[in-house]
Structures are given as structure tokens and as C-alpha cells.
Design a protein. Structure first.
Length: 439
């Protein structure tokens, strides 16, 4: 659910900042705390999330910096502890090396079990160079993360991550994308997506979906219930379409050739960001929001659009290239803003009981800065209406060319929102934490 591209992944970074845009690190003595990793190219803010590591009721902030230089290693995930004064303090580094921190996902157990998070190290691979690895940190075993590995050199296992309960057993399952995996020479770099079932994430029971002649998969993954049976479903970016596989209680065994749901669109970049949104049209099915961050709008390339598609039961195909009754709304961004480069959800702010839709636009101009990046929190009561922006919260980057909104991640309550800006200040990178309830 985040914007990342293979082209920019090693070329980007920005400045550290905290609550409501106030810098929490950087400058003065605190530079010493940061050490050598906060140099140009660190790309802090490529990924991240909020997790209460020590269970004291206050979430730690975890931020990926895949370009950080830590001795001879490159990459890591940095953990910042909240302090009494509301500021953050760098407390530890997770898994230095191998471009760790390129991806991150929360793991939230619907059954109230362990929960945790997972981080991707796309360039890892002992013995299998660049195959990629993922480390899953689960409550109760945080000292001993589960290590999952890609199969083949250049797979980039861990490029994308998501979590949901796809077999309905109350334990969150972990989904890992490897977009450069080749099942066979004829399916060269068509990608793969792997599902590891919780709570063990045992590799012997994992399910593998492989890209097909029609669809390259593994760049983008989302989960959530879209067919109304109460079990999370799996949504993948394919080629000019999104593929949906309905979760099933007991055993989840999808086949890439037989998706339950297909959403087609020729909009450029369609599917690189996907999120399951709450039911806004009151038909009891959740909706699917799909970003097409490079879509041309009114002749302007790279403007970007978000398509809000009705959920529903049964096997179905939605074709957005023609007028479709399943399309609730198409929300277009500002000119050349790459609107829809990241998607997420946040707490209900307008009181209708439905979460709001969070949309990143990494190339948006603000009133002060060119191409700084913007994040919109679109209210559920307005997102499918005539002017979704009229009641939206707007969060702006505070420097030019920082890719503010490269990722967006809310905490479990949805009230805190973390936003990455990995190209801030010469690709040093940065992140911002917002308390949405106070805005
Ligand atoms: Ca499960
Ligand atoms: Ca479902
Ligand atoms: Ca609905
Ligand atoms: Ca709402």
C-alpha cells in the first residue's frame, strides 16, 4: 500500500520530523544521536508504521531507511521511542544491511493474538544473492523474528508486504510479494506472491501465487473483506488490473489463473496502491480503493486518480474502461501530482462510523513548495460525493521534492498517522507523525 519504485529505491532520502510537522531530530546535539546513517542517501521514510513494542500504551515509531549506512551495512529499520515531552528518541536499529526497511507492514490479529510487524530486506540473500528476505516480529518473540527468504536470485522477495486473516482462523497471515521472481523461462520476472499463515508463519504450509502470461504480480498487495463474508480477501496488482482472491474459512488456496474479482483499468499505474475502504454506499459491502498514480487527467500526465469500486459477493469482473455501475467515484488529483501513489485508512473523523480514506500524492505542490508531496484524508461522507476535497484534511510536506506521502500508515486506532518523505534534504529522508483527532 505504499509508493515505491525500483528506479528510485536507492536514489532517495529527507529530514526527520515529528508531531504535526515539528522536527524531533536533526540539528544541534541530536545529530550525534543519529550517527552516520543520516547522510545523503539514507532514504529514511521509505516505509514504516506504529507499534507498541514495550506495551506501555504508547506506540513506538518504526521507520525504514533502506539506504542508511551502518558501518559496512546498508539499510535498517529505526525505532524511535516516545518521550514524556511528546518528542521521539532513537532507541534501536533492527536488521542492519541488505536494504532493510524498503517495506513494512503491521500484523494485527483479529482474534486479539500476538500481532506484530514485518520488515523487508529486498537485497538480502545469503547464498542466493538479491533473493530478498523478510523478518516478522511477533509479540512474545520480538527478540527472535521469524526469517522468511526468497527462492531465487533477483526475486526481490519482500518488495511488498501486507497482513490479514485469509483463512479466518483468528490469526493474522503474512503476505509477501516478490515481483521479479520467474516461475519458468517463459514466465520471466512475472513475479510471485506468498502467503504465510499465522501464528507460526511456517514455510511448509505457505501458499504461492505465481505471475501468469497475463499478469505480473508482487509489486502491490492489500487485504480486507470485500465480499461481505467476514473473512479477509487478498487483492493484488496485476497488469492493468487488480486481482481479488476471496479468503475462505479453513483453507485458503487461491490460483493466480482464477481470481474471484477482476478490476480492469488502462489508467497508468493502476493498482500500485490498493486499500480496502469501509462501506460508504451502505450496501454492507466494503469498497476497494485503487490508485493509478501515473494516470493522465485532462491531458496532464502523472496527475493520478483513485478509483473507488463497490465491493460485492460472487465472482465478478469490473471494467473501468467503460461506464460501470460498480464505480462509486473516480477522484482525480492536482495536475502532475501523482495522486494515489499511496493509500491507507484512518480513524472515523466525521462521525459516520466509517474510517476515512488516506491518499498520498508524492509530487503535489503545496502553497509554499514545489513538488513537495501532499496527503489528503478524504472523509467517508464525502469521498463518493461531488467534491471529496471540500471536507478533506490536507497534510503538506515542508520542503521541495521530498516525496511526502511515499507511505502512509495509521496506528491500530487510526488516530495517529505516520507519513514518509524519503527524498527530503538530499535523500536523507524523514518522517512525520500526525494526531488526526486534534486537527
Ligand atoms: Ca489466519
Ligand atoms: Ca471476504
Ligand atoms: Ca459498499
Ligand atoms: Ca468517517
Amino acid at each position: 500500500m505504499t509508493y515505491r519504485s525500483a528506479v528510485t529505491m536507492f536514489a532517495v532520502a529527507v529530514a526527520l520530523a515529528g508531531l504535526a510537522g515539528d522536527p524531533v531530530l536533526g540539528g544541534g546535539n541530536q545529530e550525534n544521536v543519529l550517527g552516520t546513517w543520516h547522510a545523503p542517501g539514507t532514504t529514511l521514510g521509505m516505509s514504516g508504521g506504529l507499534f507498541d513494542l514495550d506495551q506501555d500504551g504508547r506506540t513506538e515509531v518504526l521507520v525504514g531507511a533502506p539506504g542508511a549506512r551502518l558501518g559496512r551495512a546498508i539499510g535498517g529499520v529505526f525505532v524511535f521511542d516516545p518521550r514524556e515531552n511528546g518528542k521521539l528518541r532513537l532507541s534501536q536499529t533492527l536488521q542492519a544491511g541488505d536494504s532493510t526497511g524498503f517495506s513494512y507492514t503491521s500484523i494485527r490479529d483479529p482474534g486479539g493474538g500476538k500481532g506484530g510487524f514485518a520488515i523487508g530486506a529486498v537485497n538480502a540473500g545469503r547464498g542466493v544473492p538479491l533473493s530478498g528476505q523478510v523478518f516478522a516480529y511477533l509479540r512474545g518473540d520480538l527478540d527472535q523474528p521469524v526469517r522468511l527468504a526468497g527462492e531465487v536470485t533477483f526475486d526481490r522477495f519482500g518488495f511488498s508486504l501486507a497482513s490479514g486473516d485469509l483463512n479466518g482462523d483468528g490469526a493474522a497471515d503474512l503476505v509477501v510479494g516478490a515481483p521479479f521472481h520467474s516461475l519458468s523461462p517463459s514466465l520471466y520476472q512475472k513475479g510471485a506472491v506468498y502467503v504465510f499463515f499465522g501464528p507460526s508463519l511456517d514455510t511448509s504450509t505457505r501458499v504461492k501465487l505465481s505471475g501468469t502470461a497475463t499478469d505480473t504480480i508482487g509489486f502491490s498487495i492489500a487485504t480486507g473483506d470485500v465480499n461481505g463474508d467476514g473473512v479477509d480477501d487478498l487483492l493484488l496488482e496485476g497488469t492493468s488490473r487488480v486481482l481479488g482472491f476471496y479468503g475462505t474459512k479453513g483453507a485458503f488456496s487461491p490460483s493466480a489463473n482464477l481470481p474471484d474479482l477482476i478490476i480492469k483499468s488502462s489508467a497508468t499505474g493502476f493498482g500500485r496502491a490498493i486499500v480496502v475502504a469501509d462501506d460508504v454506499d451502505d450496501d454492507s459491502y466494503n469498497e476497494v480503493a485503487v490508485g493509478a498514480y501515473r494516470a493522465a487527467v485532462a491531458g496532464a500526465n502523472e496527475t493520478g486518480s483513485v478509483f473507488l469500486v463497490k465491493g460485492g459477493g460472487g465472482t465478478r469482473t469490473v471494467d473501468l474502461n467503460v461506464a460501470s455501475p460498480s464505480l462509486l467515484a473516480r477522484v482525480d488529483g492536482l495536475r502532475a501530482s501523482q495522486f494515489g501513489s499511496a493509500l491507507g485508512t484512518a480513524a472515523d473523523l466525521d462521525g459516520d462510523g466509517r474510517r476515512e480514506l488516506v491518499v498520498g500524492a508524492v509530487h503535489a505542490d503545496s502553497e509554499r513548495y514545489r513538488s513537495t508531496g501532499r496527503v489528503w484524508v478524504l472523509k467517508s461522507t464525502a469521498v463518493a460525493g461531488p467534491d471529496p476535497f471540500s471536507t478533506a484534511l490536507v497534510l503538506d510536506g515542508d520542503a521541495p521534492d521530498m516525496h511526502f506521502g511515499a507511505f502512509v500508515a495509521a496506528d491500530a486506532t487510526g488516530r495517529q498517522l505516520l507519513v514518509g518523505a524519503p527524498t527530503e534534504r538530499g535523500n536523507r529522508g524523514g518522517f512525520y507523525r500526525f494526531d488526526l483527532a486534534n486537527r
